[in-house]
Design a protein around this ligand. Structure first.
Ligand code: RM4
Ligand code: MN
Ligand code: MN
Length: 424
């Protein structure tokens, strides 16, 4: 399904008067509104190829209909999202769920939709049908050198696919760890993993980055070999300048202070990118901003502060990706909500009065510090975010237009009701 430009235009014309009224109020409330709008226009969030179908749980999967049946259809879906919000201009592929058979054609299709390829993801947490050795007891950490070699080679394959598509980073997430005390020698597992990562790192082109993602637990429930940001940091420090830690918001133990982790990693020049999602309990992979919007805002507050302190380009110097998947929502509607949630947190963080905050911090005026942050969080920035979308050629109300144009119904008519996308 293609979204014709005139339909977006028509939708925007219908909503314009109300939008302008809300915008002029927002602009009167927010001092640097114009600069914020420009930053929002530039900001793009990559969509994960595994989130375009209804996500499974270990208990069941309830496909929603019209799910993409191929990589081509996944690209088409991301193209639809991007046409609506002009903020989803990239896709992050998971290999082997999405092997590009004809890389040239795939690249051309993506370009037609205005999409680039963000980080490619390797998968050594599942066994594939044609695989010689099993990852049951880990991959890069495995006690068996043959298994480690197979996992290294898989990662190198993924890099090759990425090079063909114009991707410039590799995300490594390992489920490696142990389920029972005594199962693993922690130091040996660490050393094996580090040695394996060194080989993968060495296979990357010079302009590539490696993102090493951590996760506290699951599927292993006693130890994870890259279990937290400290462990990831320890590996990436040793690997080299182009190895970074990736923060997935759902991968911490309950109540972890993620904003502080982000601030320090960024300061240490080792924060590479993000997997945005939200959670109540664990790695719930819920819609970004659905559960703890204040936390998301506080994270962006540290990001903006830390990136500006180092003179980084907000839009391009870090990898911004969503990693969410659900059982109960239309995946495309859900992704529109995630992008909106992220944009709002970013806009609010950009509106923080940093000078005033610094002054209040310098005299330990705790009450004032809280007021400054909460004032930004409680400011309605929706019209500012919508204005950025409008200027970029997107829809004022992407979700409303998605429903009005019956996008899902169209996709079901094209693809059928019983389609299941590759992914979790
Ligand atoms: C993991 C982790 C990875 C993702 C897989 C599908 O929990 O978040 O980033 O690639 O799930
Ligand atoms: Mn993730
Ligand atoms: Mn996860």
């Amino acid at each position: 399904m293609q979204l014709e430009k005139y339909k977006i235009q028509q939708h925007n014309d219908d909503l314009l008067t109300g939008h302008q009224r809300r915008l002029s109020f927002a602009v009167s409330e927010i001092e640097n509104a114009e600069a914020i709008i420009q930053k929002l226009v530039d900001f793009q969030i990559a969509i994960p190829s595994w989130a375009l179908g209804t996500g499974g749980t270990r208990f069941g999967r309830f496909a929603g209909g019209g799910e993409p049946r191929s990589l081509e259809e996944k690209i088409e879906d991301v193209g639809l999202l991007n046409a609506l919000n002009q903020a989803s201009g990239a896709i992050s592929l998971h290999i082997p769920w999405d092997i590009p058979k004809d890389a040239k054609a795939i690249k051309a299709l993506a370009a037609q939709h205005g999409l680039k390829f963000d980080a490619v993801n390797s998968n050594t947490f599942q066994d594939q049908a044609d695989q010689a050795l099993s990852y049951k007891f880990g991959s890069l950490q495995n006690v068996d050198k043959g298994v480690r070699k197979q996992a290294i080679e898989h990662n190198i394959e993924v890099i090759k696919h990425g090079i063909e598509l114009g991707s410039e980073s590799l995300t490594v997430w390992l489920s490696d760890g142990s389920c029972f005390p005594g199962q693993l020698n922690f130091r040996r597992a660490y050393k094996n993993t580090l040695e394996s990562l060194h080989e993968i790192y060495a296979a990357m082109p010079d302009n590539w980055k490696m993102f090493l993602e951590y996760k506290a637990y699951e599927p292993n429930f006693y130890s994870t070999t890259v279990g937290d940001w400290g462990q990831s940091y320890s590996y990436v420090q040793k690997l080299g300048d182009r190895a970074y830690t990736l923060v997935d918001l759902g991968h911490h133990l309950p109540n972890a202070n993620i904003e502080q982790i982000v601030a320090l990693l960024l300061m240490e020049e080792k924060l590479g990118g993000f997997h945005f999602n939200d959670s109540k309990y664990g790695d719930d992979d819920l819609t970004a901003g659905a559960m703890k919007p204040y936390q998301l805002f506080l994270i962006f507050n540290e990001l903006v502060d830390g990136m500006d302190a180092r003179g980084l380009n907000h839009a391009t110097d870090l990898g911004w990706m969503i990693d969410a998947s659900h059982n109960v929502k239309d995946p495309l509607e859900d992704l529109l909500q995630s992008v909106e949630g992220i944009m709002m947190a970013y806009a609010q963080a950009l509106s923080v009065d940093r000078k005033a905050l610094e002054e209040a911090q310098a005299i330990s005026d705790v009450v004032r510090c809280q007021e400054i942050l909460q004032n930004a969080f409680r400011t309605d920035v929706r019209a500012i975010v919508a204005e950025a979308r409008l200027r970029a050629g997107g829809a004022l109300n992407p979700l409303g237009l998605f429903r009005h144009l019956k996008v899902r119904e169209n996709l079901i008519a094209e693809r059928g009701l019983k389609t299941v996308a590759t992914g979790l």
